[in-house]
Design a protein around this ligand. Sequence first.
Ligand code: LLP
Length: 423
Amino acid sequence: MHHFSYRGGVLHAEDVAVPRIADEIGTPFYCYSTATLTRHYRVFTEALAGLDATVCFAIKANSNLAVIRTLIGLGAGCDVVSGGELQIALKAGAAPAKIVFSGVGKTEAELRLALASDVGQINVESEAELHTLSKIAAVMGKTARIALRVNPDVDAGSLDKISTGRKEDKFGVEWTMAPALYRKARTLPGIDPSGVAVHIGSQITSLAPFEAAFLRVRDLVLMLRADGFDIRHLDLGGGLGVPYDHNSNQTPPSPEEYGAMVKRTVGDIGCAFTFEPGRVIVGNAGIMVSRVISVKEGTSRSFIIVDAGMNDLVRPAMYGARHEIIPVLEAPPSSTTTAMDVVGPVCETTDCFAKGYPLPPLRAGNLVAFLTAGAYGAVMASSYNARALVPEVMVSGDQYAVVRRRPSFEEMVALEQMPPWVE
Ligand code: LLP
């Protein structure tokens, strides 16, 4: 469910006509809907009703300050994975107690920043990190409330490149090794081992892997409690998938089904829960809009060349991900479709958004929208090929605002300088 729809044959973001934004700010750009963000946050939190739950939006999915602040205004906390994201969360107004610091390789400087900021929870990913954190906390006179991120050795059945919960993945502590590490944690200064965390991957489209992981975590909590640990916090990560392609039959479970499964597996365990959803909150709340530069007919394939490239939306090139592509001006019902390769202008063959994609006739100057681009879209953009970082726009009702503008050429090169030996 989202708020991008045709009205009078023209794609609108809520009440704003998409061509109006394109004409005023130029293309390509990302466009987010406040109503969709709000709805998704509410549906997700309502599905957890009855649990003592905090929803910490995974800001890696979309770290635009306006997006994060909107969610914070609804009650969200933030899941962060770097010092930069931690500062963004604080700048957006997140309550430190509602910030969870995850991440497989945190530097000492980042751990110090997290302790100085009094974040609610630090998810520890290894024995080495546990020792480093203890040392730093002791020097600072702080106690770190930690959860050990356990790797439950469950295959999330998602894209290989975004699965994290198999024992061969780099994330977390193998769950069989966790009890020994908790025992060690208990002896270390500055450490309060009161939580368990798990996150098994992203774009997960069935409940089974979640269920298997949560049951393992449940066993671990009971085992730790029997060993005298006061486990009060359970961080169940993110990972719930979203429908990307309406032509496929891949339908991820709804937040309601996910919430019911959480209650069924661990609801009675007497813990405060943290969730770290990213994609399910923001994925369908954003589109990327691009203009057709030209159409090239070949003997074996035909191409639509658009002004957005893999640098603006890298998911298709990086993961083979599919985003639905629709014309901004609705095709009349009578129009036929042709299989087109939709490609960007970047000088790489992999700069291809879709191959053989059925599209109605399009001409240079027409606008197209890439749907479900609100998560892992703008955050993963780069300026490869010296293309300006793609701007972001947010809509609310009949208003829109640029929430990250396109940099000028001078800004793009402002960080560079000549070494003294180059004239
Ligand atoms: N928590 C942790 C510890 C994570 O590593 C992630 C995502 C999340 C929460 C949020 O997961 P979500 O609810 O969004 O699935 N760039 C890839 C996705 C990478 C996900 C990384 N971790 C993509 O474009 O599909």
